[in-house]
Design a binder for this molecule. Structure first.
Ligand SMILES: [Zn+2]
Length: 157
């Protein structure tokens, strides 16, 4: 099983790279066997033509780094994003969300699409929401805009 680390929109306007540590978190939660669904947020830096995903949070990551968070409520995630944003002098920011599907090649459900659009609308920086689904054999990566427009990214080898 190999989840690829480099992605781009069709136009090539947006390039996206997952750091090794972010990818390790996603790989650790691939839904094989009896593993439950998992999810978290994606944090990183934004550049002229792309994004570098430096952190993917997961419950264990919270437990280690932030022992006072016991739930994975959206509020807790946002608090972590705020903390990293401050600690990095405003360079590391919240980019979007990830969750797992028990599918080989994952595709978003109707609920996923509605949730992603809500997240995009809720942003105050007008950026699209980065939305990642971790399947058993591949990732699904897209940018959801607040108007519902979707930009799917394809892996770049
Ligand atoms: Zn889903």
């Amino acid at each position: 099983m190999s989840l690829l680390t480099d992605w781009a929109t069709d136009s090539g306007e947006v390039l996206l790279h997952f750091s090794d540590s972010a990818m390790a978190v996603l790989r650790a939660h691939v839904q094989t066997g009896q593993r439950p669904e998992a999810g978290g947020i994606l944090l990183g830096t934004v550049h002229d033509h792309g994004m570098l995903i430096t952190h993917a949070t997961a419950p264990s990551w919270f437990d280690q780094q932030f022992p006072f968070f016991f739930s994975r409520s959206p509020l807790g995630h946002r608090a972590v994003a705020q903390r990293l944003w401050s600690a990095s002098g405003g360079t590391t920011r919240y980019l979007g969300d990830w969750h797992t599907h028990p599918e080989d090649i994952p595709s978003p459900s109707g609920i996923d699409l509605r949730e992603w659009q809500k997240l995009a609308i809720a942003r105050n920086d007008n950026r699209p929401a980065l939305s990642v689904i971790v399947g058993r054999h591949a990732l699904h990566v897209e940018l959801m805009h607040s108007n519902g427009k979707r930009d799917q990214l394809a892996s770049v080898v």
